[in-house]
Design a protein around this ligand. Structure first.
Ligand SMILES: Nc1nc2c(ncn2[C@@H]2O[C@H](COP(=O)(O)OP(=O)(O)OP(=O)(O)O)[C@@H](O)[C@H]2O)c(=O)[nH]1
Ligand SMILES: [Mg+2]
Length: 445
C-alpha cells in the first residue's frame, strides 16, 4: 500500500488524447524534488502557478507553460503532486511524459491517482467511483448526481446506516454478557423496532441508489416486430434524426442500428433491428440472428405492430419466443392511418404514429415508468455493486429478525450487515475488488 512517505512517483497525461489548447501532465508520489529540479530547474512554491520552461536532459526547452506543486498531504492523492500545463499536442505531451519517466517516475496505471487518493484516506471508495462516473456521465442529470456522490451524499447515507447498526449492535452485545435477561432487555430497548426502522432506511437508500444506477447505466430498449411495421421510423422519431433507413420494402433493416437518446437525463440505448420473419435471404437471416442477440441483452422490448392489422398470430409467435423475464411493451404504430387514440393508457400498450409524432410523449413517459424512473431530485450516482451490498445488508437484517430469540445469531447477522455496508465506502473491501474497480478508470485519473 503506498503511503505519503514512500510512494514511487507515477506520471500520466491527464487530458484527453488528441489536440487541445492545453494539455496537462500529472505526477504524484513522494519526494518529487528531483523531478521538479530536472524539469523546471528551480523549486516551486506550494500551490502557486509558475510560468516555466520544461527542460530536456540537455536543458533545452521541450515546452513552456504553467507548473503547480501541491505538497502532500494537501493534494488530490495525498502525496506530493506536480501538475504541468503545456500545449495540448500529442507529440509535445509525449515528450514531456517521457522526460518525467527519465527523471524517475513510472507510467500510471488506469485509476492509479484515484486509488492512491482512496488508500491515503482522501476519498472513500464510493467517492472515488463517483470521480470516474462524473467523467463518464452521459447526461447532465448523471453528472449532477455523480457530483453529489463525490461530495459525499451517498457515503453520508451509508454512514448513517452503519451508525444506526453500531448503536443496535452495542445494545445486543451488552445483553450477551447477561444471558438470563437478554430477550427482556432487547424487548425493553425496542431492538425489534430499531431493526424495522433500519430496514425502512435501507429501503429508502436502495430506492435512491436504484435511480442513481439508472442515470449511470441507462437502459437498453430493443425495437422488434414484423417487417414494415415502422421500427426504423420509430427509431428515427425518438432520435430526432434519420439514423436508420426507412423504405416501404419489407426487410429494409438488416443490421442492428443503435442510437443513444436521453429521456429526462436517463440514457436510453435504442436498438433498431431487422424485422422478424421466415426468409431465404442469407443477409436478412443473419440480420434476424442479430435481432435475437440484441433481444437477449435488452432491458425492455418494444413489440411494434401495425395498427391496421392489430396483433397477429405471427406477433403472438414472436411474443412466445421472447425471454420470459424481458418486459415487453406493445406499440401500435401508424395510428394516423386508423384514427386510434394515441397515448392510450391501457397496460403494456401504447398507440403512436412514428410518422406524425402522435403518442410519442406518452411512449417516452411509459419507457421511464417501466424502468422505475421518478426524477433526479436528490439522486446520487450509484452502481450495481452498491445496490447489491444494500440488498445483502437487508437480507442480513431479515435473518436477524428471524433469529430474534437467539441473541448470538441476532448479533452475528447485525455484524455481517455492517460489514456489507462498509464495502460500499471501502472500509471492508478486498484488494482484488479494488483492482477491478480502479482498472476501469481512465489513465491520468
Ligand atoms: N402512415 C404511416 N406510415 C408509417 C409509419 N411508420 C412507418 N411508416 C411507413 O411504413 C414503411 C415501413 O417503415 P420502416 O420504418 O422501414 O419499417 P421497419 O419496421 O423498420 O421495416 P423493416 O426494416 O423492413 O423490418 C415506410 O414506408 C414508412 O414510411 C406511421 O406511423 N404512419
Ligand atoms: Mg427497419
Amino acid at each position: 500500500m503506498p503511503s505519503v512517505a514512500t510512494a514511487p512517483p507515477i506520471a500520466a497525461i491527464a487530458t484527453a488524447p488528441g489536440r487541445g489548447g492545453v494539455g496537462v501532465i500529472r505526477i504524484s508520489g513522494s519526494r518529487l524534488e528531483a523531478i521538479v529540479e530536472g524539469l523546471i530547474g528551480r523549486p516551486l512554491s506550494p500551490r502557486h502557478a509558475h510560468f516555466a520552461r520544461f527542460r530536456a536532459a540537455d536543458t533545452s526547452a521541450i515546452d513552456e507553460g504553467l507548473a503547480i506543486f501541491f505538497p502532500g498531504p494537501n493534494s488530490f492523492t495525498g502525496e506530493d503532486v506536480l501538475e504541468i500545463q503545456g500545449h495540448g499536442g500529442p507529440v509535445v505531451l509525449g515528450m514531456l511524459l517521457r522526460r518525467c519517466i527519465e527523471l524517475g517516475a513510472r507510467h500510471a496505471e488506469p485509476g492509479e491517482f484515484s486509488k492512491r487518493a482512496f488508500l491515503n484516506g482522501k476519498l472513500d471508495l464510493a467517492q472515488a467511483e463517483a470521480v470516474a462516473d462524473l467523467i463518464d456521465a452521459q447526461s447532465e442529470a448523471a453528472a449532477r448526481s455523480a457530483l453529489k456522490s463525490l461530495d459525499g451524499a451517498f457515503s453520508l447515507e451509508v454512514r448513517a446506516l452503519v451508525d444506526a447498526l453500531i448503536h443496535l449492535r452495542m445494545l445486543v452485545e451488552a445483553t450477551l454478557d447477561f444471558p438470563e435477561e437478554d430477550i427482556d432487555f432487547l424487548e425493553a430497548a425496542d431492538a425489534r423496532g430499531q431493526l424495522c426502522e433500519l430496514q425502512a432506511q435501507l429501503a429508502r437508500v436502495l430506492a435512491t441508489a436504484t435511480q442513481g444506477k439508472l442515470l449511470r447505466e441507462g437502459m437498453h430498449v430493443v425495437l422488434i416486430g414484423q417487417p414494415n411495421v415502422g421500427k426504423s421510423s420509430l427509431m428515427n422519431a425518438l432520435a430526432g434524426e434519420e439514423v436508420a433507413i426507412v423504405t416501404d420494402i419489407a426487410g429494409t433493416t438488416r443490421d442492428t442500428v443503435r442510437e443513444l437518446i436521453q429521456l429526462e437525463g436517463v440514457p436510453v440505448h435504442v436498438i433498431d433491428t431487422a424485422g422478424l420473419r421466415a426468409t431465404d435471404d442469407v443477409v436478412e437471416r443473419i440480420g434476424i440472428e442479430r435481432t435475437w442477440a440484441a433481444i437477449a441483452k435488452a432491458d425492455l422490448a418494444l413489440l411494434l405492430v401495425d395498427s391496421r392489422e392489430g396483433v397477429t398470430q405471427h406477433d403472438l409467435d414472436i411474443l412466445g419466443r421472447l425471454p420470459r423475464e424481458l418486459p415487453v411493451l406493445r406499440v401500435f404504430n401508424k395510428v394516423d392511418l386508423t384514427g386510434d387514440v394515441p397515448g392510450d393508457v391501457a397496460r403494456d400498450v401504447v398507440h403512436v404514429s412514428a410518422k406524425t409524432g402522435e403518442g410519442l410523449d406518452a411512449l417516452r413517459q411509459r419507457l421511464l415508468h417501466q424502468v422505475g424512473w421518478h426524477g433526479d431530485d436528490g439522486v446520487f450516482i450509484a452502481r450495481e455493486r452498491h445496490l447489491d451490498a444494500i440488498r445483502r445488508a437487508s437480507a442480513h437484517l431479515d435473518q436477524a429478525l428471524a433469529a430474534y430469540q437467539q441473541v448470538e445469531l441476532f448479533a452475528e447477522e447485525l455484524r455481517l450487515a455492517q460489514n456489507v455496508l462498509n464495502e460500499i465506502t471501502g472500509e471492508f473491501t478486498s484488494d482484488d475488488l479494488l483492482g477491478v474497480i480502479f482498472s476501469k478508470f481512465c489513465i491520468g485519473k
